[in-house]
Design a protein around this ligand. Sequence first.
Ligand SMILES: Nc1ncnc2c1ncn2[C@@H]1O[C@H](COP(=O)(O)OP(=O)(O)OP(=O)(O)O)[C@@H](O)[C@H]1O
Ligand SMILES: N[C@@H](Cc1ccc(O)cc1)C(=O)O
Length: 458
Amino acid sequence: MLRHVPRRLLTGSRKSSPGLLEELKQRGLISQVAQPEQWLHEKLLQGHKIKLYCGADPTAKSLHLGNVVPLMILLNFYVKGHDVFALVGGATGRVGDPSGRTTERQAMSDVSRLKNVDRIQQQFTRFFENGWKYYESRFPEMSAQGPGKLVKVDNYHWWKDIKLLDFLAQYGRYIRIQSMFSRSSIATRLEGKDGLGFNEFSYQVLQAYDFYHLHKNYSVSLQVGGNDQWGNITAGIDFIDRMESNDSEKLPLGGITAPLLSTSTGEKFGKSAGNAVFLDPQINSAYDIFQFFYNTKDADVSRFLKIFTLLPSGTIDAIVQDHMTQPHQRKGQRLLAIEVTDLLFGVGSGERSSKVSEILFGNLSEANMSADELIELFNEAGILQKVPRDKSLVDIITQVTHCSKSEAKRKLVQGSVLLHSSRHKVTENTDQLSQFLIEDKVLILRLGKQKCHVIEIL
Ligand SMILES: Nc1ncnc2c1ncn2[C@@H]1O[C@H](COP(=O)(O)OP(=O)(O)OP(=O)(O)O)[C@@H](O)[C@H]1O
Ligand SMILES: N[C@@H](Cc1ccc(O)cc1)C(=O)O
């Protein structure tokens, strides 16, 4: 059990569960639910397992924090034993979803798209593996039943064999043009001067058929997405309803959308707006994610804890109340950052990132850490700097801070250069650095109070 969340708070508030759907609403994870909501609510209350899916197009190398919002809905189901289907749009990514966009997407090369498909599938695996381990670590007594199944699918696998003529002949009549025009993603674009191409216009048909395919072959009955996916999701429900209109035993279908996470200036958080925080560790380290959440505004701490963690809402309310009595201590932000980093990057990475941050900002002495521990921590955070052994102090400052030699000398003269965990002030250039090294291989270089560099001397 983690030091930063009292056990009493973790278990106590899950007792009188209002049912998964209500719980997700309380967490602020639900924007709209397609009818019949009551059916879904009751099924879940009665303990039935359902199968649900969410898709992402391979239009970038990595999923980002905006994509995590609907995935958190899937994770909430998955940890309770429901099977989740994570779809990558190898086919739909070729066409381009107009939802939530004012302009057409740039075409992408086949090579890039295929690479992205692979990477996104790996990210799905990692998200659910780490998410489950996170859940187990926080709620060992609730995780005995095990998670649901994770099934990864690529819609290219069924679309590659579908021929246009066959498709139109078999399904065309069940796709109604009036409803296609009325969807907001289409209506908005038709009002603009550039309109939209047939590729984007027909996108909703592709996604609708995906839902039908997953429903027919795997009994998937619920689709989840961000709120911009409402039109595509309801297109799927309409399509399946028409296809199965004579089936007396047909099961109800559902759709849930998550609110679109936006920046403080109101832009959707994502690739198109250019403000995405990516999940791929080759792009963002655990420490980057930690820092991102550590910088959350007070007003967003509660909302983000509810969306991006699995801590019970009651626990979050108690923690936030405590946080607001002394907001300057940033307890809420620290907890949020540790929890989300653990959930996304693996249990333990949150505490390690927190240590890095405390060393960097001078709140934790590195005095008790070995050189290897420091190297490992800062390497994982992606901010370990490396310098050859024969360099002088001025050369080192120049290299690690990207300043000129004269600027480095000025810093020395001004007395702002402190070396080693003992914070020894050095005011002149020197190449005799061994006395300041930890175990002869790590140099801690502080420039003033706020800037700290951890350097491996090679
Ligand atoms: N900011 C966000 N908040 C909530 N959900 C989001 C956000 N951004 C994307 N999503 C959802 O993530 C899922 C996958 O999105 P996808 O990767 O296909 O496009 P995208 O990230 O929205 O791309 P773009 O920004 O280029 O439109 C969709 O359900 C989408 O609604
Ligand atoms: N249209 C979704 C991705 C998606 C693709 C195919 C699906 O079946 C479902 C979802 C998006 O752009 O965000």
